[in-house]
Design a protein around this ligand. Sequence first.
Ligand SMILES: O=C(O)CCC(=O)C1=CC=C[C@@H](O)[C@@H]1C(=O)O
Ligand SMILES: [Mg+2]
Length: 355
Amino acid sequence: MIERAGFRPYDLPLRQAWGSARGGFARRRGWLVWVEADGLTGYGDCAPLPAAGTEAQEAAGAALERLFSGLRGQEIEIRLSALDAENATDAHPAARFALDCALADLASQRLNLSMRRWLAPEAVDRLAVNAMLGTLGTVPGKALAASQAQGFRVLKLKVGVDTPMSELESLVELARPSSTDTDVRLRLDANGAWSFDQARWLIERLVKLRLPIESIEEPLAEPTPERLDELQALAPFPLALDESLPTRFAAVDPSQLGVRRLVLKPAALGGLHRTLALARRAQDASIEVVVTSLVESAAGLWPTAQLAAAIASPIAQGLATADWLAADLGQAPRPCAGRIDLPDRPGSGFMPTHV
Ligand SMILES: O=C(O)CCC(=O)C1=CC=C[C@@H](O)[C@@H]1C(=O)O
Ligand SMILES: [Mg+2]
């Protein structure tokens, strides 16, 4: 039975500003949330990022007030199933994710299981991850070389910030055989920057020039399954949907979206089980899935990584974001040789350093 629960705000500076076609940020603000029972504490993170499909900061704060009032005295498992049963298209995914993680952390600790095995007995212990380099055009050639030397095989770049023509030139320059190892590929994220004609123009050239593109996230400003399907037919690599999933395509079957990959952000989709269920539906339809962080604190990155391990997708996951933060709430999962190895500890693995 829940004995105590609460949340407190945090405000963490980034080492360098995060940029994207949907705008950027230089700090991450959110709330560390916790739930206590039987001498154990479960943690979660509410870190809204509207550009990624979550509610705004103020709405998240109000939702936390509501979700946390009356938690005391409730049974953990009953509260967890009630949370999962609530309307899937709810308006407060980041707040709901925070409470879900805290309850799941507690529930898995009580069973002495890592959160990933509590979510799925067949969970893996090791995840391939991509490096996140930042916005194309601001990334120095040496950052590319450094990531390759650290063992990353998929390097993610934000695009859609400059014109397609000048970004193509930068990509050609970056992907020169002398600067890129032969097995390294570039994951591009346009964050909805392009018209259909711009996206087609760029994809056709990337293909013709045989650039080592691993995938492109959110190519279109106005995505529809038909347009995506048409673009996907031109590309030998997957196109992916990300922030359109919780908003525009919340009710669409993954196999009908026109893309070969889904990028899942559990904080934008509203919870762990909910994201796991969507991942399973996608995988059953042979659609690839990638779990990514919201560039949030370690309190959110740990359960997100545990969820990725429960989903066990073999491709690189978007979880190498801890180093973007100049300060954190605890030790974060960090990659080594392009992989994150998860510990066997019960729960999510998060432990706060400043409570
Ligand atoms: O995918 C990654 O490697 C890291 C996460 C990431 O890129 C993002 C997190 C949050 C907001 C976005 O700008 C961005 C994305 O759209 O995928
Ligand atoms: Mg994305």
